[in-house]
Ligand binder design. Structure first.
Ligand code: FEO
Ligand code: CA
Ligand code: CA
Ligand code: CA
Length: 632
């Protein structure tokens, strides 16, 4: 029987009472579990792959974790198909900020259901399609940086037929609703809310001046008529996942940048630039934003180098609203999902970043210089070595350096056409790498491989065959998996690692082969397409999904997109949150005292959060325990 009187005892005591631990949780039991997992492994091998799930290679370091108390302080919740958010009993949520909410008092009252807000105020409100985010404690103030990935044009331009921009103003409004929002939040009697007119509040849009740094800066492929020096660009775009440096800056990651560019005529490029247009999916029409019809910067026929100035990790100082964001080309140009930062034992900075496209690669960058707390960090992300991952079927792997010798390309060309460089060194094609998460309490990292219908079916955009095997063990992979690696010598800067699969999502109620998923998937925790992922300060893995929410066929019993928590040691995964119909759950950070968890609800399909008859609005929500205990 559950005791739900959370106020009468600590969270840990409550957890222990409601979820008693087996007494025989010792090393022998851990080994026993590993053996049963090897049983799963042989099943997968019979299926024709080399996948290993939760293998013995990872036992050494996880035994201590396995001996700890259970990490799950909540009662798992069922799936949902309705239009709102659900969290476990003993937890509550509230909306903190919605697309269109004012950051400055001049924009108060601007949002309306007929127009979705005015173009004039569109860069003075919270942006659309909330995604990666990080919290910064500046003095005693909570300043949050939040990505706005793309637009929901029928909602953002409700007067335009099917949301197709009608003029330059419509385009400007879309450009302003994306990018990054930096804003101060405070917690009062009504919960968390935006501090309107805070000096920290700032919108960074598709038109904000940026500085270009690193190997590509100044290169002829980066120069344009408006910027003949190739060092100053405008805007950051398709800001997907994020990252945070130990020195307090925000890393925003440019993902599907190609979608904003079109061409009103022939694009006169040759050589690598022509190959790059193919590889990065740059076409004449873009993805329906139609910028190129109203803003010539996005017309590649007029400005063929402009697309070379997007697709980077951008560093932003949230403490200085006047600072100029810096595009860090050293970290490569691809469809950056997020940027997960680790510091090596010698102080070098390591940044992991996946390239989210079918059959693209997983990258790592290691700084030349070391991070010294309190020292000058302004050029730390400028000089270093970019690597790409090569996975072997025997659960080992290596980071392959992308050097001029190995690729036949210059340092600038490697930075601008990293995909082409990675293909030339034979990197492993992956099942769409989404977020990487570094475990803060153990030398390991995880990457969500969200799904890949083309695995074993066709090549990637560069002509590399997408072989079935290694960490991508299933043909036409519609469920996704999470790969984990442990660097040699517990040092994220070393160039070899061991890997396994933490989980293979699947549906054991529909399939009895590898598509049933790994043995830590059961009827009670079904999900597909892991995407957002953060490991909290206790080492608990939070997994957010961006998958199929039809709730039928292969996806029967999975419901709306959701957020789950996973124990790295035992593989146990439980559902913590379900989102409104049609949404993606993406973005996660905590208040400084870790008593509030902030979660992003992107593109709800239902009229969330305001209810029937209202425009759906992407929102950041805050979740607390009713007893105000720690949230991670
Ligand atoms: Fe923006 Fe790959 O998610
Ligand atoms: Ca994502
Ligand atoms: Ca996704
Ligand atoms: Ca999305």
């Amino acid at each position: 029987m559950k005791n739900n009187d959370l106020n009468s005892m600590s969270a840990d005591d409550w957890d222990e009472l409601n979820f008693p631990r087996p007494k025989e949780q010792d090393f022998d039991r851990v080994v026993e579990r590993a053996v049963s997992r090897r049983g799963f492994l042989s099943g997968v091998l019979a299926f024709g792959s080399g996948a290993a799930v939760m293998g013995t290679a990872f036992l050494k370091g996880t035994t201590a974790h396995a001996q700890q108390a259970s990490r799950f302080a909540f009662t798992p919740i069922p799936t949902a198909t309705d239009g709102t958010v659900h969290v476990p009993e003993g937890y509550s949520w509230q909306t903190v900020v919605r697309w269109g909410d004012p950051l400055f008092s001049e924009a108060e009252g601007d949002f309306d259901q007929e127009n979705g807000g005015s173009v004039e105020m569109s860069d003075k409100v919270f942006g659309e399609n909330t995604d990666g985010m990080e919290m910064f404690l500046i003095g005693d103030r909570h300043v949050i940086a939040v990505n706005s990935e793309y637009t929901n044009r029928p909602s953002n331009l409700p007067q335009a037929e099917e949301g197709v921009p009608r003029d330059a103003d419509d385009v400007l409004k879309l450009q302003n609703l994306q990018g990054v929002t930096v804003m101060e939040l405070s917690e009062g009697e009504n919960g968390w809310e935006v501090v309107v007119d805070s000096p920290f509040n700032r919108r960074i849009t598709h038109n904000t001046p940026m500085r270009i740094s690193g190997p590509a800066a100044g290169h002829e492929l980066i120069r344009t008529a408006a910027d003949p020096t190739g060092t100053e660009s405008l805007g950051t775009m398709n800001n997907c996942g994020a990252g945070k440096t130990p020195w307090g800056t925000y890393l925003t990651c440019e993902e599907n940048f190609n979608g904003y560019f079109g061409a009103n005529g022939d694009v006169a490029v040759e050589g690598l630039a022509a190959e790059g247009r193919e590889r990065y999916g740059l076409g004449a029409d873009g993805w329906g934003y139609d910028y190129h019809k109203w803003d010539s910067r996005f017309d590649a026929a007029a400005n063929p180098n402009e697309p070379h100035r997007a697709g980077y990790v951008v560093e932003i100082d949230p403490a200085d609203p006047d600072s100029i964001p810096v595009k860090r080309t050293a970290l490569g140009r691809f469809k950056h999902e997020n940027a997960a930062v680790a510091v090596a034992p010698d102080g070098r900075v390591v940044v992991y970043s996946g390239d989210d496209e079918r059959g693209e690669f997983l990258y790592k960058w290691v700084s030349r210089d070391v991070y010294v707390p309190g020292g000058d960090t302004s050029t730390l992300l400028e000089e270093g070595q970019l690597y790409v991952a090569g996975f072997e079927d025997d659960q080992t792997g290596r980071w392959i350096p992308l050097t001029p010798e190995a690729t036949g390309m210059t340092a600038a060309e490697i930075a601008i056409f990293s995909r082409i460089a990675a293909s030339r060194v034979g990197a492993t094609t992956m099942d769409r790498p989404e977020w990487v998460a570094v475990n803060p309490v153990s030398a390991e990292a995880y990457c969500c491989l969200t799904n890949n219908r083309n695995r074993g079916v066709e090549t990637n955009a560069g002509g590399d065959w997408q072989a079935v095997g290694g960490p991508n063990p299933r043909e036409a992979n519609n469920y996704g998996q999470i790969v984990r690696w442990r660097p040699a010598d517990d040092d994220h800067a070393t160039d070899t690692f061991e890997w396994d699969l933490y989980v293979m999502a699947g549906n054991p109620t529909v399939h009895d082969d590898a598509y049933a998923g790994s043995d830590n998937i059961n009827e009670g925790n079904l999900f597909n397409s892991p995407d957002g992922m953060v490991i909290d300060s206790t080492g608990l893995i939070w997994i957010q999904t961006d998958g199929n929410y039809d709730n039928e066929g292969d996806f029967a019993g999975m419901g709306n997109n959701q957020m789950l928590a996973g124990d790295p040691a035992t593989g146990r995964i439980e559902r913590f949150l379900t989102g409104p119909y049609g949404c993606e759950v993406t973005g996660l950070c905590w208040s400084a005292d870790r008593r509030t968890m902030f979660v992003g609800i992107q593109h709800p399909g239902a009229p969330f959060p305001d209810g029937e008859g209202m425009l759906p609005r992407s929102s950041v929500i805050a979740i607390k325990r009713d007893d105000n205990a720690l949230m991670g």
